[in-house]
Ligand binder design. Structure first.
Ligand code: WT7
Length: 636
């Protein structure tokens, strides 16, 4: 593929201008870089009031031809995937583009052989092994819609997702290794399958030699099925707007939302942003530490990197095994050039001795990435100083499951960065800040502003609907502001137009009539040398309306008394934000409740702080449900 990469900041500004003044012209130029079976009749039609969004209308393509077939002649022998096992003594796997092409085609025939057709939904509940990539691409090859469920979710979370989209098949592995303990995935599936009448077939990949219970007629081994089919598999001609995948994301209330992504726009959006934000060159080794069960893994382990012909690393394990230096050991071993992770991982690793970093050679690194939540100042500097050695641009990439691809982010080495700022919108992205009354906050020159983040116009990889519930899609994203997509986030914009995401707007607390974002308060607290992490929420207060409650974890070797620590924290807040943001209550805890993707569950903390702890809702999907009891018992 000819390069899609922007080379200078001036070029970025020109492209950005063009993408706003002539979106159809801009995106058709980008789309020309891909392989289509038939080109589009029209680039874009949209109406946010319905809402209805269509890109590359009339075009036909198959995304796997873009990820695989078209690379065969040019880079067929290049490594597409490097797989790094949980156990460092087990061998890594290197899979070339040609080998991946063969494996995907063959497994696509397994799907067909088991009655899967274009449009059928297939659920994948798999560990981070190459077969997950193979299965998802095989679905795309024949036009089946994959719905990947993160393999840490419980059986009830799995069955409700399978039922919501009526999956015909489930693909899993017998076991998975994460750290020291093997987890029996097949058992979780068997439990889920008690309540999922739509599933006809289960394909089981044998990751370990442990015996696996199989239900005759329903369960089949991956390897046995492969023996029954040939290799070649024609790629199904997909309409640009045909479904590529469904991915569930939790809503602020109610059941998970099955976000629907379609083929053409998603391919163009994920690949264009991958190419530009990371600026990977020919021999670079790119590693995103996310799980493929999240959108980050879909767009930036598989589809974006493979369409771009990059070498992408897949890691099966956890950052703490065999020790907290594992990430850096892998960077050293594989000569990773691009490293993309989450602030929560950075903070966890920063807690451990620097010697775990320093014993590894990180000189191969060129670019560092961050995603998933606002990166606080302290974590940003730790990452920059100790991992990047002040020599690697940090791309703080803001986006969402719903956006499919990065939206606001620096372009590595091109956009000037600023700690804790996601900086500028990528070409094709038109952010606006909205005020309390629903009016646009107009940027005056040399003036910073703040508001709720919305988008004025569609981009190619925007989710088209919520599976089976278009009304909820409309209510959630298109009802807050007329003719706009509402992100649910708040943002601050500096005088140069750089965005800093301040957190979900449901995390805003109004104290004595002042609008306070909890993220900047948390940032201030995190600055304290004794503090690991914290979460700030509001709780009802007679006089102020709301007051602030902080849940704080401190380092084991902290010598300051809790009383003194509270005073020092409040001084820090007063000096960085203002006395108005001082905390009324500070509870020291041994951990914070987190989702499996590492986000702090503020909903639970808000309830505990508000004395409504007997009504916590479902906490079974938490990473650490046990912590909730401890926090409840110590509530102030
Ligand atoms: C929410 C979306 C996008 C992939 C992973 C998360 C927050 C995401 C950033 C960032 C500040 C961020 C936002 C957003 N978020 N990236 N760089 N800076 N906040 O996807 O689970 O759909 O969550 O994550 O609040 O709305 P997701």
């Amino acid at each position: 593929m000819k390069s899609l990469q922007i080379n200078t900041f001036k070029e970025y500004k020109e492209k950005y201008e063009q993408s706003v003044s002539d979106p159809e012209g801009f995106w058709s130029e980008v789309a020309e870089h891909f392989q289509w079976k038939k080109k589009w009749d029209k680039v874009l039609e949209w109406d946010f009031s319905k809402p209805e969004i269509k890109w590359f209308i009339g075009a036909k393509l198959n995304i796997t031809e873009n990820c695989l077939d078209r690379h065969l002649e040019t880079i067929g022998n290049k490594t597409a995937i490097i797989w790094e096992p949980n156990d460092p003594d087990e061998e890594s796997r290197y899979i070339t583009y040609r080998q991946l092409y063969v494996k995907v085609s063959r497994f696509a025939n397994v799907l067909k052989n088991n009655g899967i057709k274009k449009g059928d939904r297939v659920c994948l509940y798999m560990p981070m092994i190459p077969e997950l990539a193979i299965a998802m691409l095989a679905c795309a090859r024949i036009g089946a819609v994959h719905s990947i469920v993160f393999a840490g979710f419980s059986s009830s979370a799995l069955s409700s997702r399978i039922n919501d989209s009526q999956c015909k098949m489930l693909i899993t592995a017998n076991e998975v290794y994460r750290g020291t303990k093997p987890i029996n995935l097949k058992k979780v599936c068997d439990q889920a399958l008690e309540n999922t009448p739509s599933v006809e077939t289960v394909i089981v990949y044998r990751r370990t030699v442990e015996p696996t219970e199989m239900t005759p007629g329903r369960d089949k081994f991956w390897f046995d099925e492969l023996q029954k089919v040939d290799t070649p598999c024609e790629a199904e001609a997909m309409d640009a707007e045909d479904l590529l995948f469904i991915l569930y994301t939790s809503g602020s209330t109610g059941k998970p939302k099955g976000m629907v992504h379609t083929t053409g726009g998603y391919m163009v959006g994920s690949t264009y942003t991958f190419e530009n934000v990371f600026q990977c060159k020919k021999d670079d080794i790119y590693w995103c530490t996310a799980d493929i069960g999240w959108i980050t893994g879909h767009s930036y382990i598989i589809y974006g990197p493979l369409c771009a012909g990059a070498t992408t690393v897949m890691f099966e394990g956890v950052p703490s095994y065999p020790d907290y230096g594992r990430f850096w050991e892998i960077v050293d071993k594989l000569n990773v050039t691009h490293f993309y992770t989450a602030p929560t991982a950075i903070r966890a690793l920063a807690k451990h001795p620097l010697s775990l970093v320093e014993k590894h050679d990180l000189s191969s690194l060129k670019v560092l990435g961050s995603v998933g939540e606002p990166i606080n100042e302290e974590a940003w500097h730790w990452y920059n100083d100790n991992i990047g050695k002040s020599n690697c641009p940090i791309v703080d990439t803001w986006w969402q499951t719903e956006t499919g691809a990065m939206m606001i982010s620096p372009i590595a080495g091109i956009t000037p960065t600023r700690p804790t700022f996601a900086t500028l919108p990528l070409p094709g992205v038109q952010p606006v800040l909205m005020d309390e009354r629903g009016n646009e906050v107009v940027q005056k020159s040399m003036e910073a502003s703040e508001g709720r983040l919305a988008m004025k116009a569609p981009w190619p990889s925007i989710a088209r609907t919520i599976y089976g519930d278009h009304q909820r899609y409309k209510d959630t994203y298109f009802s807050a502001y007329k003719n706009m997509y509402f992100t649910g986030d708040g943002a601050y914009r500096d005088a140069s137009g750089n965005y800093r995401i301040t957190g979900r707007v449901d995390d805003v607390v109004i104290v004595s009539g002042h609008n306070l974002g909890t993220a900047p308060i948390e940032n201030a607290i995190d600055e304290h040398a004794d503090i690991v992490e914290c979460a700030v929420v509001g709780f009802p207060h007679d006089v102020k309306g709301n007051a602030l409650y902080a849940f704080v974890t401190k380092y084991d070797d902290c010598k300051t008394s809790d009383e003194d620590l509270k005073i020092e924290i409040n001084k820090l807040i007063a000096s960085t934000i203002g006395a108005i943001a001082k905390l009324d209550k500070v509870q020291f805890v041994s951990g914070l409740p987190k989702t499996r993707s590492g986000k702090i569950m503020r909903r639970i903390l808000r309830k505990i702080a508000s004395n409504e702890a007997d009504n916590l809702g479902d906490i079974s999907t938490l990473l650490n449900p046990d912590i909730v009891e401890e926090i409840k018992a110590g509530a102030l």
